[in-house]
Write a protein that binds this ligand. Structure first.
Ligand SMILES: [Zn+2]
Length: 468
């Protein structure tokens, strides 16, 4: 009997973990961290309903923390198998997992220092050593090359399930994982990218699957039409005219590249003044180099001659590495653009920029990604007049803007467009990675527009995959 069990990102957008069991083979597809609301974050501390030591393998669709950030904990709990991913996902994991471990360690230290812990002493969810060990288990596999998942023991190689990565256009290295069991296909969609955007290629078309797992982050929404940078230009111009700074909380990998691409383009087209642009995130700076090194996996436009080298370099780009440089930047009153992580203002260096910028109407805080429920970013975007930041209440007087068009997730129209490439209906399409409104909206659209059977996955639910 084959089963699929939803251990995360079911009814929510974080914590992606899907357990596939086929003929005694146990594979976890994605191994993400729960983020956002406290009740979700507490799930990171609950033991998984499986023995990590008995898992045969893990497959990663991409290097965002909500898809890979639980790996060090899995390894610390005894998982010793291989973690299949694309080479670029391996590169990006080498940045995000140690960084996440560092944040976990800092959280535990802070809890002990402040004494706000029931556990004595508070321990991190995982350590830097756990993250380093997880990295040694990563097994890079290039796009479009099926490889056997198990070790083949007891099964002839010809019938061993295989996994193949297909470019999803959502992040450098991002992929759908196509798992083949004999002649049947389970397609794990991961996160789906967008059409006609700079930097990343369009999501690759797929013709068929027997079972499909599909994300629904924007299942109830359409992104605004591409305005060719118009709104970003207006925000930068108006803030510069007030003598303020534009603070852009941004995911360190993926989004920073797109923000820089647009700023550079607007500068070149003389639609914004040439301002100092600070990237205050060591991880973002390292990720930029991976993007530049793997231009062949990006949008074809990024490969053409000059763009390749300079796509991300605005005229007065400054990369901020040391905490001292960061502190100097925060104290400076010079009009500028500051890109810093984390993207939902839940941690990282951007908090210190926000603590200074939020109370001052001269400045603009510009969010460029999805703001999950329960995050500080969501509160600010929803119009909170005051937020708790670095242990104190900070009034919100700055201008707050959000540009959704820079999202790396397909909207409802783009998801349906991708589904239209299928030549037959999957036996079941499981909707994951969405909040309840997005999930039910997408379920009804797929039902009415494609007449496919759809199931919204519930947390902890197990379903039988009859034809495997
Ligand atoms: Zn993602």
């Amino acid at each position: 009997m084959s089963t699929l069990t939803f251990l995360g990102a079911a009814g929510t957008v974080t914590g992606s973990k899907h357990l596939l069991q086929v003929d005694g083979l146990r594979v976890l597809v994605d191994c993400g961290l729960f983020q956002g609301l406290k009740e979700l974050r507490l799930r990171n501390w609950e033991p998984l309903p499986l023995n990590p030591g008995e898992l045969d393998a893990v497959i990663l669709t991409h290097a965002h923390l909500d898809h890979c950030g639980y790996l060090p904990r899995l390894v610390a709990s005894g998982f010793r198998g291989r973690i299949f991913c694309t080479p670029a996902t391996k590169d990006l994991c080498s940045l995000v997992l140690p960084d996440s471990a560092h944040l976990q360690e800092e959280d535990a230290r802070e809890a002990n220092r402040q004494g706000y812990t029931k556990h004595n002493p508070a321990r991190p969810l995982y350590t830097s050593a756990d993250a380093a060990r997880a990295l040694t288990q990563l097994q890079p596999v290039g796009y479009n090359r099926p490889v056997p998942i198990g070790d083949g023991a007891g099964t002839p190689m010809s019938v061993s399930p295989t996994v193949e990565f297909i470019n999803a256009g959502h992040l450098l290295g991002s992929a759908y994982a196509r798992v083949r069991v004999a002649d049947k296909i389970v397609l794990f969609g991961g996160d789906l990218g967008r059409y006609g955007r700079p930097i990343l290629p369009d999501p690759s078309p797929v013709a068929e699957a027997d079972y499909l797992l599909l994300e629904s982050t924007y299942g109830d929404r359409l992104h605004p039409l591409d305005d060719d940078g118009e709104r970003l230009a207006r925000i930068v111009n108006e803030t510069a005219a007030r003598g303020g700074k534009v603070i852009i909380p941004s995911f360190a990998i993926g989004r920073v590249e797109e923000v820089l691409y647009w700023l550079k383009r607007l500068e070149e087209e003389k639609r914004i003044p040439v301002l100092p642009v600070f990237v205050d995130s060591p991880m973002a700076i390292a990720a930029l180099q991976f993007y530049a090194a793997r231009a062949g996996e990006l949008d074809p436009e990024m490969n053409s001659g000059q763009r390749r080298v300079t796509a991300f370099a605005t005229t007065r780009l400054v990369t901020v590495s040391s905490p001292q440089q960061s502190a100097d930047l925060i104290a400076s009153r010079q009009p500028s653009i500051v890109i810093s992580s984390s993207g939902m203002a839940t941690g990282g260096r951007v908090l210190r920029h926000l603590a200074v910028a939020l109370p001052n109407p001269k400045h603009t805080v510009l969010f460029v990604g999805f703001q999950a429920a329960g995050t500080r970013g969501r509160l600010v975007v929803d119009g909170a007049k005051q937020v708790k930041l670095l242990g104190r209440d900070v009034p919100v007087a700055a201008r707050v803007e959000q540009i959704d068009s820079m999202s790396a997730h397909a909207d409802a129209g783009e998801i349906l467009r991708w589904l239209s490439g299928f030549t037959r209906a999957p036996r079941m399409t499981f909707l994951v990675h969405g909040e309840p409104i997005g999930l039910s909206a997408l379920a009804s659209r797929i039902g009415t527009e494609r007449q496919w059977p759809v199931h919204i996955a519930a947390h902890g639910e197990s379903v039988e995959l009859n034809v495997l």
